[in-house]
Ligand binder design. Structure first.
Ligand code: KIV
Length: 269
């Protein structure tokens, strides 16, 4: 099997092969997920909520992201077929070009293979500079949790025509600027499909329907560990006597086969 790389993910999109992404925050789960065939491990700033017990991702620091990236990179490297490690730059750590470059350097030196940043076309200068420096970028559109206070809650984005058209235009502009991946969170399935078809870079979805090139879930959610409100887009894989390894393997195979997500996990316009 080919080693996982950004060009390999782009080729998978071109060949209409779906890939699986899962959050990981430590070495053990990172190794297990990579061994189950997950192509991308996301060291998400969701760790603020699922590990630290915070109400949002805003309190997460760059030091937190560096610490967890190091752990994930170590576990991932022990897998026979390591995944790509993608790390979120946390809230307000990329507001200026200088901050963004320094934050990206910190997580890349900790073992990330690419970074993820939330926002629309204001990210373009940073994406261009990072591309020049050889840092792959995933741009996160739709529900961007770091902007929860501006958005007024964790709500589906892009439901009206004007906002949908704007998101599509932003996705195209970010891809043209040099983004290597896009991530769409909580957007209507029809909009996610339009965006996925409009760009040649792979699109990862969460609460974005089945037409995207890849899917991501927060590990704690798909292991049924969520103690609060379970989002509509989550599927619990800790069923039918599954071990954690079984759950990871079933999630990966269902994403690749297009079985997950089902229509019930998506949002209408
Ligand atoms: O931080 C995270 O886990 C994320 C996913 C919800 C996509 O960004």
């Amino acid at each position: 099997m080919n080693a996982i790389s950004i060009p390999r993910l782009t080729q998978m999109k071109a060949e209409q092969q779906k890939f699986a992404v899962l959050t990981a925050y430590d070495a053990t789960f990172a190794q297990l997920a990579a061994e189950a065939g997950v192509e991308v491990l996301l060291v998400g700033d969701s760790l603020g909520m699922v590990l630290q017990g915070q109400d949002s991702t805003l309190p997460v620091t760059l030091e937190d992201m560096v610490y967890h990236t190091r752990a994930v990179a170590k576990g991932n490297a022990r897998a026979a077929q390591p995944a790509l490690v993608m790390t979120d730059l946390p809230f307000m750590s990329y507001g200026t070009l200088e901050q963004g470059l320094a934050s990206a350097r910190a997580v890349m030196q900790a073992g990330a293979h690419l970074i993820k940043i939330e926002g629309d076309d204001w990210l373009i200068p940073l994406i261009q500079r990072l591309a020049q420096q050889g840092v792959p970028v995933c741009a996160h559109l739709g529900l961007t949790p770091q902007a929860v206070n501006k958005l007024g809650g964790y709500k589906v984005q892009g439901r009206d025509d004007a906002k949908a058209d704007a998101m599509l235009a932003h996705a195209i502009a970010l891809a043209e600027a040099g983004a290597d991946l896009l991530l769409l969170e909580c957007v209507p399935s029809t909009l996610a499909e339009r965006i996925t078809q409009a760009v040649s870079i792979p699109v990862i979805g969460i609460g974005a329907g089945s037409a995207t090139d890849a899917q991501v879930l927060v590990m704690h959610d798909m292991l049924g560990l969520n103690r609060g409100r379970v989002p509509k887009f989550v599927k619990n894989y800790m069923v039918n006597g599954n071990t954690v390894q079984d759950a990871f393997a079933q999630y990966t195979s269902e994403v690749k086969a297009g079985v997950f997500p089902a229509a019930e996990h998506g949002f209408s316009a």
